[in-house]
Design a protein. Sequence first.
Length: 635
Amino acid sequence: MHLHCYNKYVKIFANTFVDENPEKVLKLVFGYNSFRPYQKEIIEEVLKGNDVLAIMPTGGGKSICYQIPALILDGITIVVSPLISLMQNQVEALVSAGIESVFLNSTLSPTEYTKATENIRNGKIKIVYVSPEGLATKRIRDIFANSELKVSCITVDEAHCVSEWGHDFRPNYMEIFSIRQLFPNSVMLALTATATVQVRQDIIKNLRLKKPTIFISSFNRSNIFLDVKAKKNPVDQVLECLKDHQDESGIIYCFSRKQVDELTEKLDRLGYSVVSYHAGLTDEMRQKNQDLFIKDQVQIIVATVAFGMGIDKPNVRYVINFDLPKSLEEYYQEIGRAGRDGLPSYALLLYSPGDIHKIKYFFTDMYDSSKAEILLNNMISFATSTQCRRKTLLKYFNEEYIPSEKTKECCCDICLNGEKTNCDATIPVQKLLCCIIRTREKFGATYIIDILLGSRQKRILENGHNMISTWGIGKELGKDEWFELIELLILQNYLRKEGDYHILEITSKGREFLATRERIFLPIEIHSTNINYSRNVKTKRAEFIIHKKGEQNLADSGVAGDEKYEKIIEELKKWRKRKSEDLNVPPYVIFGDKTLIDLANKKPNSKQSLMNVYGIGSAKAESFGKILIEIISNC
């Protein structure tokens, strides 16, 4: 990425912005008419010199909270960011808006690095991005230690990485506080999308924040539909989702590198535009695949958790968790990469007891396995919840979800079909456990179910299991219902699977259940209609998306049946693709989809009217205004 590539297109702002009014800066530079929740309050605290801890959802506009103060305050703002990709994305977007910014990392050539440091020392730069590892080096600290250089703000992005209770703890974050000692008069702003009470306390303590003002935005991402399904045929479940999102950008998260490679290969064979991303690939290959995805040159990226932190790509329309995440924080971060532009998006979580075993296998290698166990149990509770997913998720972050009349839409798979009730499953469970005991706990789920259904397959007859008392006594349930019941019992620790053949064994809790003859209630319908349920969710989800699209309110005019609107969108996307390739940046750096929608709705015919379009500031109006007006007038 050559940072000078925009200079012939955009105006570069002076070292300190000429206006100290945050609202005017927001409109003139970024093209937004109003702040999102808490942005203005956070900015005001930073401008007063007060430390701030801000917890804002992914896509909630955290970057504005330090970018606007950076333009108003004297000196530079240091932004500590965990990933190179995040730095590059942010700098591309800032430079496109006319703000001189740089990142300092290993991707810069010696010439580029020297030029960047010279510009910092000469006061030509407003925002500098560095990694926590880089910040710890003498080379970078010497740059900031220049007596003539004023550091007005230190921003720590993804601040949850400083906490061992966070889902992505990074030891290097623990050293960030020492940079504050070099600049005792600078203000510190800590930002993250996920932070429980414990994580917040750790952030304040480990970053040495000085009596910080704490802002906690709502964690509710109302534009994301939450869907959770037990794994049956997971690849087929993925393919069904992809059919609903043709020609859209999406992320599929897998637990292991092997699973990433296998799923990527299957999708590629089926003709999907897909690449992979995991730590087993070379740095060059990871960077290449990420760039292809971010620049919309491929539609799908299949990745491990190694991918995604800080990715600013706003038009990700869906996120699929192929395996159960290790914590709700991790899940929230991952689904938050969908719908950053506020447009309707979809999150699908697939889970099975096997996922739990895979995660627990790594607990022995962790610094504190007890913490990991607690985090995982919260994740399991969410996946198996019988109540509204959104309500359950927000409750974990100490937020109560109370939908207003305006936003009373169905927001998850459970709400669409009514909250599940726990049914009395005592008799089926007794039959199942007794059958496992009669066969001496030597067989897997498929074999046990075949016995319950009265199968006369050769293996059962040879073992004499057609003669035991539990043969054929389970015909009130179908095969899929028996599998679902077994999965629930494993999740609730009545059963476990052992060995390579997943032999079913009864736990002490299961034996106690049989001994006491207590009743057991589980979230399962004994006479379920899975096909109708699946169809209902799919239909209702489509209704949800249509409903949400109607709520965007990007312009006063409607678009139904507007052929010119459709033509403008089509031509603008073509132009945006050409321009992004010309400048070697992602299309969204030119303009996001919301801006294209607003352009098509408002159809501006002058530079002044362009400034009333969402996401168009003075720099972009100056750079692209003439061609935009020409495209719109010719449609």
